[in-house]
Design a binder for this molecule. Structure first.
Ligand SMILES: O=C(O)CCC(=O)C(=O)O
Ligand SMILES: [Fe+2]
Length: 473
């Protein structure tokens, strides 16, 4: 979760002042070497001009030149080019800044005294894109308010009133009570610890043999970014009951879809294509709790996973944004989709959602309280109270061919994580995934450089849809 978007979301979540423009946020973050707390402090102090280092020659009214000027300090050749070029429209800055900033922050971060030595010419990544891209129209965010819009624009489906109303309410109360002991996830980012702005927990399903299999302890640990944890809790009974409805819907939907070559082709004990053997649960309290843009690690899910995400309680926006493949960046820009998720709705993130899109739950300025229809099952005599919490449960299928003992270890001796090459996508068959070191998340930001392309055949994984030559419809 070390994307620029995550950093920006974290900064936003710490703001006590109205959210400034994206380029102001970026400036603040850059000026504080990616330190979200310091960036938020700077913005909260109201003195945004101080986010610009002294070397900057620009005026705030032309931030694009300011950002370039700062990054380019000491490079007179490029500065000349910058000042010779026509002033950029603000939106060009926003679009071209997002992904390169990550490289900039990484390259200029000082880790325990190591010299600042950018590996790339910073201006070469920030410079205006060639003129053809400037004409690519920016797509405005689109709010998808019903299941057919979600299916039309994204690889997801939305299902309203998925559980019987009383069961949904009971599950909400149960998880809300449990959420009192859930933790904010912590990990090392660059040279400091960051904390997720929401509480989270991980559950294993006892009916799937996960409970008796010690190796799943390791998978649970990785939900917490590698921190040591107790063995995962098992699904509470009411979650087990809800899971049956979720599984039925997921199997029904998957049967209708074209399945991709690297998807798992096995079957569950009852012949299901998909089953939930673990679940991660998140609690967002109030308007500020959030999770930044990310795609889920595929370490135990494998390529093209299906994830079923249940929403309970207050409605929050689920935000999706496509990662435009490198070959398309000159012809189109990414669109952001906002999907309000009401109580008792299910979003199925079908195969390719994790490979093509990032998702987030952004902080909001306001929210509607959730008013439960039923009293709390253990306090039936008390009238129900409105709540400002959203509970999310993501039901997941950890693949048997991606079991913890099969996950490669990096040079630090810890399990690696699996990520898709989101920018270079092909046909679902030859797409690349790689194993990378993740030790840095827990070792003061210091991992190793381990990086290996995943090879399904050589690693003995499968059976996949391409292995069995079948495609469910
Ligand atoms: O709360 C949500 O809907 C999303 C949670 C999420 O992205 C995750 O658990 O990975
Ligand atoms: Fe996620």
């Amino acid at each position: 979760m070390e994307d620029t978007e995550t950093l920006l979301a974290l900064v936003c979540s710490l703001l006590t002042v109205p959210k400034p423009e994206l380029d102001v946020l970026l400036d603040a973050l850059l000026s504080r070497d990616g330190d979200v707390h310091a960036a938020a402090k700077l913005l909260n102090s109201g003195d945004k001009t101080r986010s610009k280092p002294a070397s900057s020659v620009s005026k705030r009214k032309d931030r694009s030149v300011g950002l370039q000027g700062w990054l380019n300090a000491g490079n007179s050749k490029v500065e000349t080019t910058v000042s010779d070029s026509p002033p950029r429209k603000k939106r060009d800055v926003k679009e071209s800044s997002l992904s390169p900033v990550k490289a900039i922050i990484k390259d200029t971060t000082i880790r325990s005294g190591s010299p600042i030595k950018p590996k790339v010419d910073l201006m070469s990544v920030l410079r205006q894109p060639p003129s053809s891209t400037r004409s690519v129209p920016r797509l405005l965010p689109l709010t998808l308010t019903n299941p057919s819009m979600v299916a039309q624009h994204t690889p997801c489906t939305m299902h309203l009133s998925i559980l019987p109303p009383e069961l949904a309410c009971k599950l909400f109360y149960t998880m809300l009570d449990l959420s009192q002991s859930w933790k904010r996830n912590k990990w090392w980012l660059f040279d400091r610890v960051v904390e997720s702005p929401h509480r989270t927990s991980f559950y294993a399903r006892k009916t799937d043999g996960v409970e008796s299999d010690n190796s799943w302890q390791e998978a649970a640990q990785y939900w917490y970014n590698g921190r040591q944890t107790n063995p995962p809790e098992v699904f509470p009974d009411v979650m087990e009951e809800a899971c049956v409805y979720v599984e039925n819907m997921v199997n029904k939907e998957m049967q209708k879809r074209h399945r991709l070559p690297l998807e798992w082709a096995g079957r569950g004990a009852e012949g299901q294509i998909w089953r939930a053997n673990v679940a991660a649960s998140n609690c967002y309290e109030g308007t500020k709790d959030s999770v930044g843009f990310h795609s889920d690690h595929l370490t135990y899910l494998g390529p093209y996973p299906t994830i079923a995400s249940l929403s309970l309680g207050t409605t929050r926006i689920f935000r999706l944004r496509e990662v435009v493949p490198s070959e398309d960046i000159h012809s189109r820009t990414a669109q952001t989709f906002n999907i309000p998720l009401p109580h008792n709705s299910l979003v199925i993130m079908h195969a390719s959602t994790q490979e093509k899109f990032k998702h987030s739950i952004p902080p909001q300025s306001t929210l509607d309280l959730y008013r439960p229809l039923f009293p709390h099952h253990s306090r039936p005599e008390h009238p129900s109270e409105p709540s400002n919490c959203r509970i999310n449960i993501t039901f997941r299928f950890y693949r048997p061919d991606f079991k913890p003992p099969s996950i490669p270890r990096c040079n630090c001796g810890v399990p690696t994580i699996l990520r898709p090459d989101m920018k270079n996508r092909h046909d679902g068959q030859t797409d690349k995934y790689w194993w990378t070191c993740y030790a840095g998340a827990q070792k003061e930001g210091k991992g190793c450089s381990f990086w290996r392309v995943m090879d399904m055949k050589a690693e003995g994984r499968g059976p996949t849809i391409s292995d069995v030559g079948s495609n469910e419809r």
